[in-house]
Design a protein around this ligand. Structure first.
Ligand code: ATP
Ligand code: MG
Length: 557
């Protein structure tokens, strides 16, 4: 993995701010809304914010942007904390909630009213929208815009006291209804919401501040120097600046926008992810097909690989759609280096070795990693009955088939060369067993002058453990699900999960802890799933050995 962080335009701005003496330290924040689990797009923001703080000797806060209580809950708060920690970052004692500032925000709203910079408006949401104008036409002033200061103060206090129903009044900033930037056309700062129980503040409030008002002030109260957010907030920046300039906050953070991460063949909007979970299309937020951090973890991604991926994609202002193959190649690099090798037969076919020599070993020494002595070796049980993969045998081989055929030879990896003498079938003509003879001269190596090209993996029948293996494919069949306004669910891949229940694995991975990663030789990288129980292991395939993405038909592989 890279040792030196790659630079980007945000780091260049920070370098200049530090060099010019504008700031002496860097203070960033990661501000998730607790209305879902974090996804790989959030990881980009986490790596950026925490990474910058780390590299500049600064600090990064974790702040929950919890101004929208009806969609938020404590499960999401806890999952977000766990995911940020798992990604390798530490907010130390700087865990905040925007709701911590509700009282202060209310005080600043009073300050705005006193400065004649905010007013209570009695227009309905619909009327407000209708009078806001368009990109080409200015908006119209609210008839309540010129209410007197005292009346505004009185009404705003009574809004807080719960005297008015939902939707009857809002507090709006008094900026400019003719501004070319619609965000500056007297934006709403507060709405009335009765009857919601906020996960942090309970029923203390029936008045909730908007994101656009809360965010800049929260940043300022925390002494954030650089407030990094995604591009859709670029047009909100003048409002961000207006807020921090017009209330008595201790500092004026600078908002800098960068482009969101978009990934092919998946969705990243929380609304859609929530739908996948709530409609039971996936098994939960941590379903290994989900682009969530919890899903990727369960899929077998390491936190180092996710951080590395975020470094590789970089930080720019250009909209982009990243190929899934790029995420996969990052984890493949990581696992190629670190995952111990093992053998697992996914579609078992019994092979009886009819002439096992008396001196045949009962176990075979196998390297745990071909390139890493330090990972040592293990004893793989061996015996007169083994399983091989059905796909490694062909009665009617296609051209160029190098594995086992009737009368042909193949090497059992690390063990003997075997010859297929007899193919046993059931009443339906299905192959049920192969009877093979071993060449006693070939244990572990080819004797002089003898060449056997094919090498296949195997597991001893007596010691092999029956396992469930889940093979995942992309969740959607098209790179941009739901493009062109169609329902994104019509693009779901019906074959995104295939579960094989009769696999046979060697004892070592079968006994491994949940979360342990292996390369099953010739099959890919796998992780022990949390559903595993002793004697009945479950493995998820993290990724195939090579980049088969795009070359493969949906449902294949
Ligand atoms: P959604 O709009 O789907 O609900 P969000 O952006 O509102 O997502 P938040 O919880 O508010 O989700 O995001 C927290 C932080 O993560 C924000 O600073 C946001 O800009 C950033 N973020 C969210 N999605 C991405 C993404 N795809 N790429 C980069 N950063 C992202
Ligand atoms: Mg948001």
């Amino acid at each position: 993995m890279s040792d030196t962080p790659r630079t980007n335009f945000i780091r260049q701005i920070i370098d200049a701010d530090l060099a010019g003496g504008k700031h002496r330290t860097v203070h960033t924040r990661f501000p998730p809304e607790p209305n879902g689990y974090l996804h790989i797009g959030h990881a980009k923001s986490i790596v950026l914010n925490f990474g910058i703080a780390e590299d500049y000797g600064g600090t990064c806060n974790l702040r929950f942007d919890d101004t929208n209580p009806h969609k938020e809950n404590v499960e999401f708060v806890e999952s977000i904390k766990a995911d940020v920690r798992w990604l390798g970052y530490d907010w130390q004692d700087r865990l905040y909630f925007a709701s911590d500032y509700f009282e202060k925000l209310y005080g600043f709203a009073i300050e705005l009213i006193e400065k004649d910079l905010a007013y209570v408006c009695d227009l309905s949401a619909e009327q407000t929208r209708a009078m806001r104008g368009t990109l080409t036409e200015p908006g119209q002033d609210s008839p309540y815009r010129n209410r007197g200061r005292d009346e505004n103060l009185d009404l705003f206090r009574r809004m807080r006291a719960g005297e008015f129903p939902d939707g009857s009044r809002t507090l709006r900033a008094k900026i400019d209804m003719a501004s070319p930037n619609i965000n500056l056309r007297d934006p709403v700062l507060y709405r009335i919401r009765h009857g919601v129980i906020h996960h942090q503040t309970g029923n203390a409030w029936c008045l909730y501040p908007t994101y656009d008002y809360t965010h800049p002030i929260s940043d300022a109260l925390e002494g954030i120097t650089h407030s990094l957010c995604t591009l859709e907030f670029e047009d909100h920046r003048p409002l961000y600046d207006w807020c921090v300039q017009n209330v008595s906050v201790p500092c004026q953070p600078r908002q800098i926008e960068f482009s969101r991460l978009n990934l092919e063949y998946t969705v990243m909007s929380k609304r859609r992810l929530t739908q996948l979970v709530e409609e039971g299309i996936v098994a939960g937020w941590d379903d290994p097909r989900m682009p969530t951090i919890a899903g990727l973890r369960r899929r077998g991604f390491t936190s180092a690989s996710i951080r590395e991926f975020c470094e590789r994609i970089g930080v720019t202002k250009a909209e982009n759609l990243v190929e899934m193959g790029m995420l996969e190649s990052t984890i493949r690099d990581d696992l190629d280096r670190d995952a111990p090798r093992a053998m697992a037969v996914l579609r078992p076919l019994r092979v009886v070795l009819t002439n096992m020599p008396a001196e045949a070993p009962t176990s075979i020494t196998a390297q745990n990693h071909p390139k890493r002595e330090d990972m040592g070796s293990r004893q793989v049980p061996f015996g007169a009955e083994v399983y091989i993969d059905r796909e490694d045998f062909a009665e009617d081989p296609p051209k160029g088939f190098k594995r086992l055929v009737p009368g042909g030879e193949v090497r059992l990896r690390n063990a003997y060369v075997i010859r297929c003498d007899e193919v046993v079938k059931d009443a339906d003509g299905q192959v049920t067993e192969l009877r093979c003879s071993v060449d006693p001269e070939t244990l572990g190596k080819n004797p002089e002058g003898r060449k056997v090209k094919g090498v296949i993996h195997w597991v001893a029948a007596a010691q092999g453990v029956r396992a469930t293996v889940r093979l995942y494919d992309r969740l959607f069949t098209v790179p941009q699900p739901g493009a062109g306004g169609r329902d994104f669910r019509t693009d779901l891949n019906p074959h995104s999960l295939r579960t094989l229940t009769d696999c046979i694995v060697e004892p070592l991975p079968a006994d491994a802890e949940s979360g342990a990663c292996f390369q099953f030789e010739r099959e890919g990288y796998f992780v022990v799933d949390a559903d595993s129980v002793p004697g009945a292991p479950v493995f998820n395939r993290t990724v195939t050995l090579r980049d088969t993405w795009g070359k493969r038909q949906a449902g294949g592989g």
